[in-house]
Design a protein around this ligand. Structure first.
Ligand code: BGC
Length: 764
């Protein structure tokens, strides 16, 4: 009777709780949940802690082989390890090699614990750690397309080619708003704008996971959104250094992308390595448990970044011992510990539970979340992802074409004075610059290796064209002079300089000088720099060649916008290819000769001065004319190119902007329409962007915010009407009590050259 009463109370409580509950981000499958409970009920503490531990492949691999070492097997068995990450020998490997290695791991784990291992890999812009995979532009290039179809396709192809390796989990999408252009991971993200980050993140998530997060099929993988969050707002611009973002701004600008992808079904999240206002993200319970798990009613799993619990203690000194750091992180909501080489953490966690410093219920919750990911991926049914024969489309022409089309839409035409471009195929081209003949620079980091430094090796580069090879195939006469190159090994900034006067002599015989400059590949802290200005060797190269009097075309190939103020006026045309991947050279050749048209726009503000780094959504006081009277209180924003700048070989005219209501209330939808015409001579795609400005607000409003975008194709002379359904609530902001509010008053909506005023008469 007692038992019955208790059950009734529990059921009653559950029903009440449900009433006011936020709906689950991912609806649960009761049958799956029952299986999870059954497994959990028979697990020992050691087994639970083992599930929560993730080692790097190197810790269990027999060096030089694709096999688990004897020592590795005994670690897996003794510590009941639940997850392994990484490529095997720090470089890309073949599908079959992954399959061989992961099968051995699965066989050991199933034999020891009856629970499959969760293998994770940094497949960042396509299956970037797999030989022969179709590699796309890095996220920054996908963002510059302003075409939401591209991240979906990239995710879909990446998932298929990753699962062909029997890897079911990837550490992407990166949703770090890049708010400091110095930050060496800017290129890994979708840029500086919260809306682009959210929308593209959702598409990449859906492409990778498919549309049913509860049953991920064998052609899809689980995502790990990263790095939660404000990682790209490092004050110093150096990797893994603190941010100082207020909770208000965290909620308004940094959280939405994570929230949107979680609501689209994202199964896991990786935490930001650093700290905000002194609190390491890994020990921030309010954010990990409060905002993510409880706030979104999300039953997914949180994984640390590389050795970051250790960093809480060793680097950040916010705990006095490593063991305390383990307790603080697990209690904050971390579920899986990426502690690549050491199992010490397992011993600590067992002790902490026995000492009641970490509740067993917290460990159980973490293990449930980990098992749930494994079930949702179908690993209990098939831990081998079928056989390699189930993946006939691996590296197919269709996948390659998708990557090539993405590269075409990612390269931004920044300047084209007197229509210098397109070039004629018969033009005699002199090609120079350290980025002209390198696959490494086109790919960037996470490209066959962590730093991307191996990408020019024959085994990786043979099938693809550098800028030089692609131009040479497309144009009649291309001469490449390697008078400035990056050192093949060592620091990514080291350059080898030759004789510029030889290049100047050659330029006098050419019709046009094309100079490919920018950055060599790098990743994470290795890419930290002290000066955002382009290297002096490269600036001088351009200045020297400009003396030839021949038209100069600059190709920027860079992971972040290096300051080029001094040489910009010397070039008639400038293209920023960002990091376009293996087909970036081919795409550039087609664009430069006019066979294809440019359609990309900058996903960030391109700075002109190293001490004037701003984003497009700055405050009004940062850019204002002289005040009348005694003091000159002016301020100015001066960028090289603004956010969303990008040209085409055709021209587009915007007209007739209109709204279906000029007065609106919270909850309304405002239909905004505009006519866009192709007024030039060639066909083209145009990304149409809708901005809003809140004219007065109780928190100083941003000068403008992107609210919607779409991309259209127009033949010459064609006009299309673009309509946006703008939710009134999208015009709200987060106030100091951390509430989303929509205030009454006027807003300006702007699109291209046009704008209209609308008035909020009833806010929220
Ligand atoms: C990076 C992550 C990456 C992880 C695993 C870390 O150093 O910050 O982005 O996913 O390593 O390789």
């Amino acid at each position: 009777m007692r038992q019955k009463l208790l059950t009734l109370i529990c059921v009653g409580f559950a029903l009440c709780a449900c009433k006011n509950e936020i709906p689950r981000a991912i609806p649960q499958d009761p049958e799956m949940e029952a299986k999870i409970e059954k497994i959990l009920s028979r697990m020992t503490l050691q087994e639970k802690v083992g599930q929560m531990t993730q080692l790097t492949s190197g810790a269990i691999l027999e060096p030089g082989t694709h096999h688990v070492s004897k020592k590795g097997e005994s670690i897996l068995r003794k510590y009941k390890i639940g997850s392994v990450l990484n490529t095997m020998e720090d470089v890309a490997d073949s599908t079959w090699a992954y399959r061989e290695f992961i099968k051995e791991i699965q066989d050991i784990c199933l034999d020891e614990m009856g629970i499959p291992c969760l293998y994770g890999l940094d497949q960042i812009h396509g299956a970037s750690y797999t030989l022969g995979a179709a590699l796309f532009p890095q996220e920054i290039g996908v963002a510059s397309s302003f075409n939401d179809e591209l991240p979906f396709v990239m995710g879909d192809v990446c998932a298929y080619e990753t699962r062909a390796c029997n890897v079911p989990w990837v550490f992407t999408p990166t949703l770090d708003l890049s708010r400091n252009q110095c930050w060496p991971r800017m290129w890994e993200s979708f840029g500086e704008d919260p809306l682009v980050q959210s929308r593209m993140g959702v598409q990449l998530t859906l492409g990778l996971q498919g549309d049913n997060p509860n049953r991920i099929d064998s052609k899809h993988v689980a995502v790990s959104l990263k790095h939660f969050f404000a990682y790209g707002a490092a004050i110093s611009g150096q990797d893994r250094t603190p941010s100082m973002v207020s909770p208000r701004e965290l909620k308004e600008k940094f959280f939405p992308a994570f929230k949107a992808s979680i609501e689209a079904g994202a199964l896991t999240i990786m935490v930001n390595s650093s700290n905000n206002d002194g609190i390491p993200f890994h020990t921030n319970k309010e954010l990990l448990t409060g905002w993510l798990k409880e706030g979104l009613n999300w039953d997914g799993m949180i994984v640390t970044d590389w050795a970051d619990i250790r960093n809480v203690y060793e680097r950040d000194h916010t705990t006095a011992t490593y063991k305390e750091a383990v307790a603080a992180s697990i209690n904050a909501g971390v579920d899986m510990i990426m502690e690549p080489y050491s199992v010490k953490v397992c011993d600590y966690l067992v002790e902490l539970v026995n000492e009641k410093k970490v509740p067993l219920s917290r460990v159980d919750d973490a293990v449930r979340r980990i098992l749930r990911v494994k079930f949702r991926l179908g690993l209990f049914d098939d831990p081998y992802s079928g056989t390699l024969e189930d993946y006939p489309e691996f590296g197919s022409e269709q996948h390659v074409q998708s990557a090539y089309r993405a590269a075409l839409e990612s390269e931004v035409l920044l300047k084209n004075e007197n229509s210098l471009l397109p070039l004629s195929k018969s033009d005699k081209i002199l090609l120079l610059g350290p980025n002209a003949n390198s696959m490494r620079t086109l790919g960037g980091g996470w490209n066959y290796s962590w730093q991307g430094e191996v990408a020019d090796r024959q085994e990786f580069a043979a099938c693809y064209n550098t800028i030089y090879e692609a131009l040479d195939a497309k144009f009649d006469s291309v001469t490449y002079l390697p008078v400035l190159e990056y050192a093949p090994y060592g620091d990514f900034q080291t350059e080898i300089r030759g004789d510029y006067s030889q290049a100047l002599r050659a330029a006098r015989k050419a019709d046009v000088v094309v100079i490919a400059i920018g950055e060599n590949s790098y990743c994470e802290t290795v890419g930290n720099i002290n000066d955002l200005t382009l290297s002096s060797n490269q600036l001088e190269l351009v200045k020297t060649l400009a003396q030839s009097g021949k038209p100069v075309v600059l190709i920027l190939n860079e992971g972040r916008p290096r300051v080029i103020r001094e040489i910009e006026p010397l070039a008639g045309a400038i293209v920023n290819v960002l990091l376009p991947g293996n087909y970036g050279g081919d795409a550039l050749a087609s664009l430069l000769c006019g066979e294809e048209n440019f359609s990309a726009k900058l996903p960030y503000t391109y700075p002109k001065y190293v001490n004037r780094l701003n984003t497009y959504d700055y405050k009004l006081c940062e850019n204002r004319a002289t005040m009348g009277g005694l003091y000159n209180y002016d301020a100015n924003i001066e960028s090289q190119w603004p956010f969303a700048h990008g040209l085409s070989y055709t021209t587009f005219e915007y007209s007739n902007m209109r709204v279906d209501k000029s007065e609106f209330s919270a909850g309304d939808i405002i239909k905004v329409s505009i006519d866009v015409s192709n007024t030039g001579k060639v066909a083209g795609k145009e990304a149409v962007l809708l901005f809003s400005s809140d004219l007065y607000a109780s928190v100083a409003p941003d000068v403008k915010r992107l609210r919607d975008y779409t991309k259209i194709y127009l033949e010459p002379g064609q006009t299309k009407t673009v309509s946006f359904d703008l939710k009134a609530d999208d015009l709200s902001f987060v106030d100091h009590s951390l509430n989303w509010v929509l205030e009454e008053g006027e807003f300006r909506l702007a699109c291209g050259s046009e704008s209209v005023l609308v008035n909020c008469i009833k806010g929220r």
